[in-house]
Ligand binder design. Structure first.
Ligand code: ATP
Ligand code: LTN
Length: 331
């Protein structure tokens, strides 16, 4: 039997999971878990590239694992773990940093945006963040990286680093590819539909664990336009188009079906209907996440086992890399 292809992806526990990260990433993780050999990570080392409150980071890291499982990821099928439990990520990151150009990192749009937002704390870690991400991916010889649209540039850089490294040292890394969903790759803020919905901008952001009444309120208040037609037109109607995308991603309907559902109906009917679709989507996830959070011993066993399995795979690549660059093998 041919070996399954490998997937790696992760989300930072730098805030609560959002509807954007669900639709852009986690939904695909769930869809791909049977067909691929998957590692799904809680990338806490990435999270400290901007300031975190330690107790919150710790709580959110475990809560994020509970939410991954509640979204439908099976810990028996996938390797689920916390990044800082596998030191090989940091070790490979040092080596790859020595094969990455300053200029390449300077061009990363996420770095430029975050540097602007955290102007008083632009650390070396924030700058080299994409090298750590490349290490996450390459350490496991990943073929596919399911992410939202905003992460394409980082995966591209990872491919460039891997290709360059392979030119120096043939057959070291598998060259990975980004896997971005057709619907929901870029969920926009409900308050400012020209900006991406993001956990660091709570205004206009729907969180996975938001109460139904809060979700409904956020959708009823969503910024739209002064027409009345529910029509997909991202150029001229960014708010309505975003809501239609969310509706499709939540219900599994096509855009034509969604438009037909609201033909001749005004925004007063449309906006709460999208809210309800999201409430229904999240209801079972929230119930399961709450149940799992009460079982800390189970969650601990999942991330402990996950780290052991990840370390075994990571070690193979790291040994190979250390040997290729000329480090003396430790006895
Ligand atoms: P931050 O605000 O701290 O940058 P974020 O809310 O953008 O965080 P990430 O942890 O950076 O979330 O993203 C996790 C995953 O979810 C990534 O694969 C990312 O591409 C995807 N994602 C995040 N926000 C969205 C969104 N609004 N639409 C689609 N995908 C998204
Ligand atoms: N940078 C990603 C999170 C991330 C990631 C990864 C995603 C870190 N390492 C490896 C895919 C593969 C983000 O969403 N901000």
């Amino acid at each position: 039997m041919e070996a399954k292809k490998r997937i790696f992806s992760g989300i930072q526990p730098s805030g609560e999971l959002t509807l954007g990260s669900y639709m852009g990433a986690i939904k695909n993780w769930v869809a791909l878990q049977d067909e691929y050999d998957c590692l799904y990570c809680i990338v806490d080392m990435h999270a400290i590239t901007v300031r975190q409150v330690p107790a919150d980071l710790r709580r959110r890291s475990v809560a994020q694992l509970a939410q991954y499982i509640a979204c439908g990821l099976d810990p028996e099928k996938n390797i689920m773990f916390i990044q800082s439990h596998v030191p090989q990520h940091a070790e490979l990151s040092w080596v790859l940093g020595c094969y990455t150009q300053f200029g390449e990192l300077s061009r990363m749009t996420q770095f430029k945006d975050k540097a602007k937002k955290h102007a008083d704390n632009i650390t070396a870690g924030l700058f080299t963040y994409p090298v750590l991400m490349a290490s996450d991916i390459l350490l496991y010889q990943s073929d596919l990286v399911p992410v939202g649209d905003d992460q394409r540039q980082h995966v591209e850089l990872c491919r460039d680093i891997a290709t360059r490294f392979n030119n120096w040292f043939p057959d070291t890394f598998t060259i990975p590819e980004a896997f971005v969903p057709k619907m929901g790759a870029r969920v926009m803020s409900l308050g400012q539909p020209e900006n991406k919905m993001s956990k660091s901008e709570p205004d206009g952001c729907v969180f996975l664990m938001d109460k139904p009444e809060d979700i409904m309120r956020k959708f009823k208040r969503a910024v739209t336009d002064c027409e009345t037609a529910v029509r997909y037109d991202p150029e001229n109607k960014p708010g309505i188009s975003n809501l239609l995308t969310i509706y499709c991603a939540a219900t599994g309907k096509t855009m034509d079906e969604a438009e037909a559902d609201f033909e001749g109906k005004g925004y007063g009917i449309f906006k709460p209907a999208v809210g309800e679709a999201v409430v229904e989507l999240l209801r079972p996830i929230q119930a399961e996440a709450t149940r799992l959070m009460a079982d800390k011993a189970y969650l601990e066993s999942v991330y402990t086992q996950g780290a052991q399995r990840a370390q075994a795979l990571a070690n193979r690549t790291l040994r190979k890399v250390y040997k290729k660059v000329g480090f003396v093998p430790a006895k």
